[in-house]
Design a protein around this ligand. Structure first.
Ligand code: KIV
Length: 277
């Protein structure tokens, strides 16, 4: 399989070819999504919610992110893997951000990092890209700032907020980001942002169809749980239902002593058994 690089993503934007991205958090999922032909994998800090059971991404640590990114890298073939910088791994200082971003590339082998924020992170984005670390920006609904945003809401609805979002996208591109995630942004604002950027590919989640690409959390897309599902998610499978039914079947078979059957069982010669005392 051909290796996707940042140059491929830039070229896809120029060609108007939609870019596909999903999150993955482990070896098996990375292998599966690559087999399906996905172009980009985000090892998102959403793993805090969907894998580790935290109620936000705020508690996620660098060590947790590195652990899962290494697992994804062992399964990913061809896709461009992006490691997500967790809360407070880059907000306190540019030096922290440089050091932690470098850890992603050096310790996991992933090709890029993602970080949340607009103009306030541009100095860091510039320094990272100058140092050879490709960066994906993330604006709109930025879950690490949920306590400041006052909840998970659509962003950029007022004229001032929309202008700030557009300015942030332009600043991130100027600083060197090769791609920008737009989360929970009105469709026509995402279109305006996408058309305003010359090189940085927009990747939408809850941002409508005019972005250069789309990203979904793989657990949402696959229906891993039957709980709350955001409006912008389309479920392509009911893995939750499949798992519950499969495990119910296993429990029933074990209780009925119909599993394991002969074909799952190892044999021993009678004369060996006869020698036992
Ligand atoms: O952590 C994550 O999964 C993300 C996506 C929602 C873009 O940031």
């Amino acid at each position: 399989m051909k290796q996707i690089t940042t140059a491929t993503i830039k070229q896809m934007k120029q060609n108007g070819e939609p870019i596909t991205m999903v999150t993955a958090y482990d070896y098996a999922m990375a292998k599966n999504v690559c087999e399906a032909g996905i172009e980009m994998i985000l090892v998102g800090d959403s793993l805090g919610n969907v894998v580790l059971g935290y109620n936000s991404t705020v508690p996620v640590t660098m060590e947790e992110m590195l652990h899962h990114t290494k697992a994804v890298m062992r399964g990913a073939q061809g896709a461009l893997v992006v490691g997500d910088m967790p809360f407070m791994s880059y907000q306190a200082s540019v030096v922290d951000g440089m050091y932690n971003a470098a850890r992603f590339l050096k310790e996991t082998g992933c090709a890029a990092v993602k970080l949340e924020g607009g103009s306030e992170v541009c100095e860091l984005v510039h320094k990272l890209t100058q140092a050879g670390i490709p960066v994906v920006g993330h604006i709109g609904l930025t879950p690490q700032s949920v306590n400041q945003l006052g909840g998970f809401k659509v962003q950029g609805k007022s004229a001032a907020a929309a202008q700030k979002l557009l300015d942030d996208a332009r600043s991130l591109e100027q600083a060197g980001a090769f791609s920008i995630v737009l989360e929970c942004v009105p469709e026509l604002l995402a279109k305006k942002v996408t058309e305003s950027l010359q090189t940085a590919a927009t990747i939408g989640i809850g941002a409508g169809k005019y972005c250069d690409g789309q990203v979904l959390v793989c657990n949402d897309l696959l229906g891993f749980t039957d709980g709350f599902c955001p409006k912008f998610v389309k479920r392509y499978a009911d893995v939750h239902g499949e798992i519950v039914n499969a495990v119910k079947g296993y429990i029933a078979d074990v209780k009925a002593r119909s599993f394991p059957a002969a074909e799952h069982t190892f044999k021993i010669d009678d004369d060996v058994l006869d020698k036992l005392y």
